[in-house]
Design a protein around this ligand. Structure first.
Ligand code: PMP
Length: 422
């Protein structure tokens, strides 16, 4: 018996991993997020909502209703397409947001991250070209990379992805008989850059997609969190050819703990995604679906969004003011001015490398995400992503002071003026 235990401890099976497993990498963000649980670290790293605005009481009441009114269904398996009551509530919510959607169009997923993985599963064969923004959401790159695509990155400016570059890249691929499987875009307050695709460019992107017969994936977790400027139509609502797959989630507008997302788009593709989900988890959680449905039905979702917009406007302004006040005055240093969402993007002079800074930043107890992690082509070494929704107002000001001090140390130009720290 004793010998048997020893043998079990020492003998390791020679596990034969798949090629896909060989491509798996831990997400840099999720690794950094572990530090956010340490109370003295100021984190600009994650994309976490402000927990002080989570609607605890309303969720509690919705959970009680889910059990009292729908107990046997709420604790049971649900259809893979999603709990019908939630699909109805989601459709009604989307309609109130100006989208033309019916309950039957909605496919519930276990958060939008699952949708991204399912998209990879049903669309990408090894070495297929796919097109993403430069930079793009790291979690999407992580999900797609498991299926081994060939990335083509399209640069952005402060108006979003540059259509001429998109056109050039797609044309080159198509002329060599390699039409991209899809173009993945985050048009509203993009993760990581906070940048929004302008209306004119939305039209242009759709026109290019139509001309080259492309599938567009519109991932839009932050859209409802617009706290300045004018709401722009989604690509999904502008599209007249059913070539946009629209991916939505509760994570930023309500709370990520629910792990609920939803997808709408070409019926045939959605059907494939449903089949892929069956192999992944059979169905989403009926219980959280009912809680979420009651939450929406009683009008709390819109209230929650209003609260989020108010809070994030204030926090983004504080961060912008602190950047303006404390950052060194140096050529090549700029940042985005988001009109919504939870992120802001800092570009440093080209000779700076945020990867070199991150260790020292952690020692100074402030963390961010290095921009390179969001670039499928390994560029973006002089960029970083800052989140303003999670840190407290005091932490935003103190964290930017620490960051500015750190960046100041890396300034090379003699002409640069480093502001004295208050
Ligand atoms: N897409 C984008 C653009 C995101 O920013 C995120 C979360 N950071 C997700 C998808 C995944 O969100 P979730 O899985 O929580 O719905």
């Amino acid at each position: 018996m004793c010998l048997c235990v020893i043998e079990r401890r020492t003998k390791m099976p020679a596990i034969q991993y798949s090629l896909a497993a060989g491509r798996l990498r831990r997400s840099e963000i999720r690794e950094l997020l572990k530090l956010t649980r340490m109370s003295d670290v100021i984190s600009f790293a994650g994309g976490l909502p402000d927990p002080s605005i989570f609607p605890y009481q309303a969720v509690k009441e919705a959970a009680i209703r889910a059990i009292d009114e729908r107990g046997p269904l709420a604790l049971q398996y649900s259809p893979t397409e999603g709990e019908p009551f939630l699909r109805e509530q989601l459709a009604a919510f989307m309609q109130r947001q100006g989208e033309s959607v019916a309950a039957d169009d909605i496919f519930e997923v276990a958060s939008s991250q699952q949708a991204l993985d399912l998209i990879g599963k049903v669309l990408i064969d090894p070495h297929d070209p796919i097109v993403v923004e430069l930079p793009s959401y790291i979690g999407a790159l992580q999900a797609f990379t498991s299926y081994n695509p060939e990335y083509r990155g399209i640069r952005m400016d402060y108006n979003g992805v540059i259509p001429e570059e998109l056109e050039r890249t797609v044309a080159a691929l198509c002329s060599s008989g390699r039409k991209p499987k899809f173009v993945y875009l985050i048009p509203d307050f993009q993760n990581p850059s906070g940048i929004t695709l302008s209306l004119q460019r939305r039209k242009k992107v759709l026109e290019i997609a139509s001309r080259f017969d492309l599938l567009l994936i519109e991932d839009s977790p932050y859209r409802e969190l617009r706290f300045a400027g004018e709401m722009l139509p989604s690509l999904y609502s502008m599209d007249t050819e059913r070539r946009v797959l629209y991916v939505k989630t509760f994570s930023k507008i309500f709370c990520p703990g629910f792990r609920i997302g939803w997808v709408m788009g070409p019926a045939d593709l959605v059907e494939k995604l449903v089949m892929a989900k069956q192999g992944t988890d059979l169905c989403s959680s009926a219980f959280t679906s009912f809680v979420a449905a009651y939450f929406i039905e009683s009008g709390h979702l819109e209230k929650q969004i209003a609260l989020g917009k108010e809070r994030y406007l204030r926090k983004s302004q504080l961060m912008l003011q602190a950047l303006q006040k404390y950052m060194p005055e140096v050529e090549g240093l700029s940042w985005s001015k988001p009109e919504g969402g939870v992120f802001l993007w800092v570009t440093l002079p080209e000779y700076m490398d945020t990867e070199e800074m991150i260790k020292e930043a952690a020692e100074s107890k402030v963390i961010f995400v290095v921009g390179k992690a969001f670039h499928c082509d390994g560029s973006g070494g002089n960029t970083m992503r800052l989140n303003f929704s999670y840190p407290t107002e005091e932490q935003i000001v103190e964290g930017i002071k620490r960051l500015a001090r750190l960046i100041g140390k890396f300034v090379r130009h003699e002409s640069a003026h480093v502001r004295p720290q208050a």
